[in-house]
Structure formats: structure tokens, C-alpha cells
Design a protein around this ligand. Structure first.
Ligand code: ATP
Length: 245
């Protein structure tokens, strides 16, 4: 998406957080995050280990204690439980995939649609198989027998079974070989091309910025920098701190 369109998309965000704070017992992990994700954008959140990237996604998804404002398409999320947030169209692909290892690929995917009703509930399978034909070939295999790349495809596929409007991905490249990382990132751009908005958290900064429209840099629970993906990629401090340049 050209930067001018990106700016327009960010003017009327699908998701926005204001003064978002998140808490673990005795610890404030996010110190007031203001973030916008425009409809149709890919937005990347980058930063070092422990910066609060996973916590940010979990706070939006309702999986961790939080305060402040979270708006999604005009609806306030900050007091809603996780299952209601999921039904509104936000899906989280968690760090480490969290698949059901003993269940088949097919059952993992169908479980993704468990909260949906009606004859259309398994319809997203078509999109999942189109994006990841390998999953269709391995439908009856147990998830634990898949390669790391296939497991990540399955975790993304399971999230797509909820027909999300916003897909949040927590370090989808974790533990994958470079070639597989490329496949996963290519799939993410295809998912966006289908109209799904994407918020991605990554430690692999260069790869994430290559597919993102805009990015936020997070440090110890605060946003320290934001801009177009190109601006962030070209920022001297970012290059020194995160890209070793
Ligand atoms: P990583 O890439 O290592 O996952 P991150 O940027 O995603 O890092 P978070 O996992 O969000 O960072 O962690 C932010 C802070 O919250 C860290 O100080 C971490 O130690 C702390 N934290 C994370 N999860 C918990 C938890 N379940 N209980 C207590 N503290 C936690």
C-alpha cells in the first residue's frame, strides 16, 4: 500500500489503544501504549526481548489484566473477556503456536471454528488450504508430527478459521529456517490481500519491516519510535540497536 493510503487508513483506525497499561502480579509491563492500526494495514511492533510485545497482543486479546482504552471498530474492548473479543473478529496466533499436539491437522483447524455457528462455520477452510496446500495434504496427521514451518501454518490456519478482521501474530518466525520464514511472511501478505488487517510482533526486524506498512518500536513497555516501515528501517538508531549496522 502506498504511504499516502497508509496515512489515510491510520486516520480512521480499525483498532486503537490509548494509555494502554498491562499488569502481571506486582509488575507493570506496559506503561501507556497509544497505537493505531488502520483497516487493511500490516502494522509491525518490534523491539528487544522482554520489551512487552507479547503482552501488548495479549492485552488487546483480553488475556492479561489491563487498563486504558482499546477501541475496535467503534467497540470498547478493555472490559470485555477474551471470548467476546474473539467473536468480534480479533484472532491471536500465540507465541510458540500452542497447537493441540495429539490432535490431527483437521481437528486443530475445526477447533478454531468452535465458537462459530451455522453451515458457514467451516468455510474459511477453503482459504486455509489455498494459502497452505501442505496442510490439506497432511489433514489426518497429528500436529506434533508436522515440521516447525507446518506447525506455524497450522497455527495461522486455526486463527483464520474464526474469520478474523484483525489477525495478530506473535513472532511467527520463531525457530524457523530462513526459507520457511519467507514462506510465512509471504502468506501474511496474501492474508492481508484478502482484506484481513494484520498486527505482527517480531524480533526479526528486517523481515517484518519488509512486509509492514507502518511500525512501532517498543522498549520496556513504552513506544519509543513510530513511523512508516521504511522510516523505521532507515532510522540510524534502529539499525544500530536491532540490525547490527
Ligand atoms: P519476548 O520476545 O521475549 O516474548 P516480549 O517483548 O514479547 O519479549 P513480554 O513477553 O511481553 O515481552 O514481556 C514483557 C515483560 O513482562 C517482561 O518483563 C516479562 O518478564 C514480563 N512478563 C511476561 N509474562 C509474564 C508473566 N506471565 N508473569 C510475570 N511477568 C511476565
Amino acid at each position: 500500500m502506498p504511504i499516502s493510503e497508509t496515512a489515510i487508513a491510520a486516520d480512521r483506525p480499525l483498532l486503537s489503544t490509548r494509555h494502554l497499561r498491562a499488569y502481571y502480579r506486582g509488575l507493570v509491563a506496559l506503561h501507556g501504549i497509544d497505537l493505531d492500526v488502520g483497516a487493511g494495514e500490516i502494522v509491525a511492533v518490534v523491539g528487544a526481548n522482554g520489551a512487552g510485545k507479547s503482552t501488548l497482543l495479549r492485552a488487546i486479546a483480553g488475556q492479561v489484566a489491563r487498563s486504558g482504552e482499546i477501541m475496535f471498530d467503534g467497540i470498547a474492548l478493555a472490559n470485555l473477556p477474551a471470548y467476546r473479543i474473539c467473536r468480534l473478529g480479533i484472532a491471536l496466533v500465540p507465541e510458540g503456536r500452542r497447537l493441540f499436539p495429539r490432535l490431527s491437522v483437521e481437528d486443530n483447524l475445526r477447533l478454531g471454528a468452535y465458537a462459530r455457528r451455522g453451515p458457514e462455520r467451516f468455510r474459511p477452510l477453503e482459504l486455509v488450504f489455498e494459502l497452505f496446500p501442505r496442510l490439506q495434504e497432511r489433514l489426518t496427521q497429528r500436529a506434533e508430527l508436522l515440521s516447525g514451518g507446518e506447525q506455524q501454518m497450522l497455527a495461522i490456519g486455526r486463527a483464520l478459521m474464526t474469520s478474523p478482521r484483525l489477525l495478530m501474530l506473535d513472532e511467527p518466525s520463531q525457530g524457523l529456517m530462513p526459507r520457511l520464514v519467507d514462506d510465512i511472511f509471504a502468506a501474511i501478505t496474501q492474508i492481508r490481500a484478502r482484506g484481513v488487517t494484520v498486527l505482527i510482533v517480531e524480533q526479526r526486524l528486517a523481515e517484518a519491516l519488509a512486509i509492514a506498512d507502518r511500525a512501532y518500536v517498543v522498549q520496556t513497555g513504552r513506544i519509543v519510535l513510530q513511523g512508516s516501515a521504511r522510516e523505521i528501517a532507515e532510522n540510524a538508531e534502529v539499525r544500530r540497536a536491532y540490525l547490527g549496522m
